[in-house]
Design a protein around this ligand. Structure first.
Ligand code: ADP
Ligand code: MG
Length: 321
């Protein structure tokens, strides 16, 4: 087990499930066929040890997150995942680590009917770059620039738990009741199936990776509109509420919940006529769904507390530079 070819063969080669893979990993390029009535969507995300996950994160959790953050981008536009590439840089060939990473990767490929069609394997600080490719019906996608004044703003799941999870991990808080926050950090669930159906009712979505303030801000900028969001409507998980009760003198830290990262929930807009259908869709997918506000004319993003007072955020989302 010395060359990168041995590593690729043993840990990054999986039985190929998809018929649309014409040339799989092993040649200079992979090749796939895209049906004439479909549109191809492509996204990539890098995870670097110490930047995107704490150094002590398990190989299973790293693999899970590397795949899910990419599938979450596909979900944000309503695409069905089809193929992945994996560029990985490893400090050394640690077979125990690779075995665990590979097992989780293989499970996810199977679960989403996705093929790993190529990649690159190099030596260096641990870094994982996944590229995900997906398909959707022609012109049936959700984009950031389609919000309209009067649309309602919805989010899936709960917001901010992963930020609490990161705080718990970095500060070694030993509290079993905060485990759901750590799970939210390490095991995000891309809302793939829900999003595939959501394209029939929404044409504007984003996945929340840098906190709601920043990511809803991207929708507003692209769509040239504003929004009113009600803090009382923001979905907060019970583990997150427990955290504030116990560790923050019962004070909800909205900056923590709305400006950090790693939620991987969807934020999307819906016109009034489609609201009932969207609520029913979330029920069918057993997915918590919250209407948190509405799109307005103008360009301001206002967060309003229960007294109708504005809450402002200066710290809006992680920036690398
Ligand atoms: P080349 O030198 O032509 O770029 P490589 O030596 O980097 O090819 O890789 C050999 C083959 O193995 C290629 O088909 C590539 O896509 C595949 N491959 C390399 N690394 C990975 C990986 N981490 N996961 C999946 N396939 C990989
Ligand atoms: Mg190469």
């Amino acid at each position: 087990m010395n060359s990168e070819f041995d590593v690729i063969k043993k840990y990054f080669t999986f039985p190929d499930a998809r018929q649309d893979v014409l040339i799989a990993a092993g040649d200079d390029c992979a090749s796939v066929s895209v049906p004439a009535d479909k549109q191809l969507l492509i996204t990539t995300d890098t995870l670097i040890a110490g930047v995107h996950f704490p150094e002590k994160t398990s190989p299973e959790d790293i693999a899970y997150k590397a795949v899910m953050v990419n599938l979450s981008d596909l979900a944000a536009m309503g695409a069905t995942p089809a193929w992945l590439t994996l560029a990985i840089s490893l400090p050394q060939v640690d077979e125990v680590w690779l075995q665990k990473f590979s097992a989780t990767l293989g499970d996810l490929l199977k679960r989403f009917n996705v093929s790993l069609i190529g990649g690159d394997t190099t030596k260096g600080k641990l870094s994982i770059t996944v590229q995900a490719m997906g398909l959707c019906d022609k012109d049936k996608i959700m984009r950031r620039d389609q919000a309209k004044a009067g649309d309602k703003i919805y989010v899936t799941g709960h917001l901010g738990a992963a930020a609490i999870g990161l705080h718990v991990v970095l500060n070694n808080l030993d509290d079993e009741q905060l485990q759901p926050c750590i799970t939210k950090l390490n095991r995000p669930e891309a809302r793939v199936k829900f999003a595939e159906a959501l394209v029939s009712y929404s044409n504007c979505a984003i996945d929340i990776s840098d906190g709601l303030v920043a990511d809803l801000g991207h929708i507003l900028k692209a769509s040239a509109c504003g929004a009113n969001v009600f803090l009382s409507k923001i979905p907060v998980s019970s583990a997150s509420s427990y955290y504030f009760e116990k560790y923050n003198e019962a004070e909800t830290d909205w900056t923590m919940l709305l400006t950090r990262g790693d939620d991987y929930e969807l934020c999307f807009t819906v016109s009034e006529k489609n609201e009932a259908a969207v609520i029913e869709l979330a029920r069918q997918h057993a997915l918590p769904l919250s209407c948190i506000g509405e799109i307005t004319e103008g360009s301001e993003l206002n967060f309003l507390n229960t007294d109708g007072q504005r809450q402002s955020f200066t710290d809006t989302g992680f920036k690398h530079f």
